[in-house]
Design a protein around this ligand. Structure first.
Ligand SMILES: NC(=O)c1ccc[n+]([C@@H]2O[C@H](COP(=O)([O-])OP(=O)(O)OC[C@H]3O[C@@H](n4cnc5c(N)ncnc54)[C@H](OP(=O)(O)O)[C@@H]3O)[C@@H](O)[C@H]2O)c1
Length: 331
């Protein structure tokens, strides 16, 4: 690939939204490297997607210690992309990583101890060739470690300068309230909760959206396309190269079969709006002012391009919203 020069017009394309009551703004669409950027994937393809993202104003790239497979390889690959392409623009990037899931053997390789979080972030920084990440997340609540210990580790990491902001992920409304309180007491406010949210996964609507507003934290939705289900990809079966067909993919064929009728109906509605289903699914999440950003995955530049174009049309009529509810609530 030729030497990278980012598009000079990259900041005219995507809107940036304040993350809760913090000083930081995130692009309405961010890019996640959970799938498609690991050791099992084609490096140059991932590199092309990352370049395209930045060229189009996506400043936020989301990773975790365990992304791959194998675990750690997405960070390694992203480190190579930084070294080859993006390093000169480091100050224009919001790079996040996380620790919480299994990363190495023994009692200190997962969950929420201070020991695990601090050593995991050190490993992540090494893999990416970075001095600091912008956001460091605790990836999932730990039922056994005192929340104070986990939050103190995040506070410590921010004070050390190894992360600029602290985040939590997969925390329920109650757990979020508790974490926000402890972090506020420590003097390192919680920036954001990264949560699974899509038309097919709506638990955050019960309490968390309100709480985010009350406590001033941001929210970023992961798997907004239900891992590809909320696109036109599975309308005619499971393509061989899709996530549902891959042995390491987290989307199961049974999930595709169970959802396909609703997907077909949603797809018809999206077409009537003049959008693809992926675009409608992204716009639907962004209609709520409490959502800061939508964190998409992509296995090609074409997919990412289509997803960014969701921003061209974010409005819904009340009839459209009602129809979506009817489709989603049908037995
Ligand atoms: N905090 C957590 O616990 C957690 C958990 C999961 C994810 N995440 C974060 O959220 C990010 C996004 O999650 P996700 O990858 O599940 O998100 P997603 O956007 O719901 O799914 C992405 C997948 O959907 C398919 N796709 C995307 N755009 C498409 C389009 N326009 N047309 C057809 N298919 C399309 C692709 O699948 P194919 O590969 O089949 O083409 C792509 O890999 C992750 O990378 C990660 O950063 C966080």
């Amino acid at each position: 690939m030729e030497e990278y020069r980012p598009d000079e017009k990259r900041y005219g394309k995507i809107e940036y939204k304040r993350c809760g009551q913090s000083g930081i703004k995130l692009p309405l669409i961010s890019l996640g490297l959970w799938h498609n950027f690991g050791g099992v994937d084609v490096f140059e393809k991932g590199r092309e997607i990352v370049r395209y993202a930045f060229d189009n104003g996506i400043t936020h790239f989301d990773l975790a210690n365990n992304y791959g497979p194998p675990p750690g390889s997405a960070e390694e690959n992203f480190g190579k992309m930084l070294a080859k392409d993006l390093k000169p623009w480091r100050d224009e990037l919001i790079i996040s990583t996380k620790a919480g899931y299994w990363m190495w053997n023994g009692p200190y390789g997962e969950w929420g101890s201070r020991k695990y979080l601090i050593s995991s972030l050190d490993q992540s920084l090494k893999r990416m060739g970075l001095d600091y990440v912008d956001i460091f997340y605790h990836h999932r609540p730990d039922p056994d470690t005192p929340l104070e210990e986990t939050m103190m580790a995040l506070d410590h990491i921010v004070r050390q300068g190894k992360a600029l902001y602290a985040g939590i992920s997969n925390y329920s409304a109650e757990e979020t309230a508790e974490a926000v309180k402890i972090l506020n007491q420590l003097g390192t406010p919680c920036l954001i909760n990264q949560v699974k949210y899509s038309m097919f996964e709506r638990w955050v609507e019960e309490q968390l959206l309100d709480m985010a507003e009350e406590t001033g934290i941001g929210l970023i939705a992961f798997s907004p396309l239900a891992q590809g289900l909320l696109t036109d990809k599975y309308l005619n079966g499971v393509p061989e190269t899709s996530r549902a067909a891959k042995s390491w993919g987290f989307l199961k064929r049974s999930e595709v079969d169970a959802a396909i009728e609703k997907v077909q109906e949603l797809n018809r509605l999206a077409e009537a709006r003049g959008q693809s289903l992926a675009q409608m699914a992204i716009a639907w999440l962004l209609k709520d002012p409490r959502m800061t950003s939508v964190l998409v995955g992509a296995s090609s530049v074409q997919q990412l391009s289509e997803n960014i174009d969701a921003l061209d049309y974010l409005l819904f009529s009340s009839e459209e919203l009602e129809e979506i509810e009817m489709i989603l609530n049908r037995d």
